[in-house]
Design a protein around this ligand. Sequence first.
Ligand SMILES: [Zn+2]
Length: 272
Amino acid sequence: MPHSSNTINPARASFIQDLKGAVGLEALKTLDPNATEVHSPPPATGSTTRLERYPCTTQKPMPATIAGITNVAALQVGYGKVIPRWKTGSTKTVNFAAFENGYPKPELAFLAATKLKEAADEWNALKLGIQLNWVYKIEDAAFVLSYAKNDNPAVLAEAFFPNDLDLNVLNVYPAAFEPGAVQYLKNIFLHELGHVLGFRHEFAPELESDEQSVQIGPRNPTSVMAYEFPPQLQPSDIENAKTFYQFPGKYIGQAQGEPKWGLMIVDYDANN
Ligand SMILES: [Zn+2]
């Protein structure tokens, strides 16, 4: 259940207020998770295109709905020399809302939100101690699902790592609604929510070594965090995700190029 927005902290309340002032209420309209309407993916139109790989970049265009807002820094996320993770507990949630506007067709907003919820439920079933919940109001959300333009047809979506910013954005791009991808929207979000939960790409040690990473469990090129398409939760992902979230220590592993202590875990409370 969404908690009441009267628990919102003043700094965050003023951030949301500024956001409304900057882009208007219409742009910030969100979908009601309790609406019973059922939306199915549009049929693939004759194409049998199947994506071979799943690239997501570190370039993050602004959401269509809030492009033009001046305070862009507040919507970006850094990833420093730590391991960000969510604080766990029986009541801990990372809430998300879903923008209603900005999509080329209104029904795509509901489709995307519904598939994001399905992906969230799949991660939630692991009982990591942090639940991903769809809420109506942006005031109750730590992140918002948004349609954003991206000229690169290979990039499907983009997320963020755990943090306590006022509001994060999970962008879904036009390419995710093309035949060959749209049938796998849930899988796309499975991968993106992996990032939200703190997981880097499977190939981070080789291809993203500018940001340090630590390996949990054995390598698995078919991991949901690899570029296999469609991404699917593998037994190793489930096991290693649990290991990560149950890990009681403050430091994990031996980071590349770091002394023996590895990287420090930083646990965040979601700014719901
Ligand atoms: Zn990714």
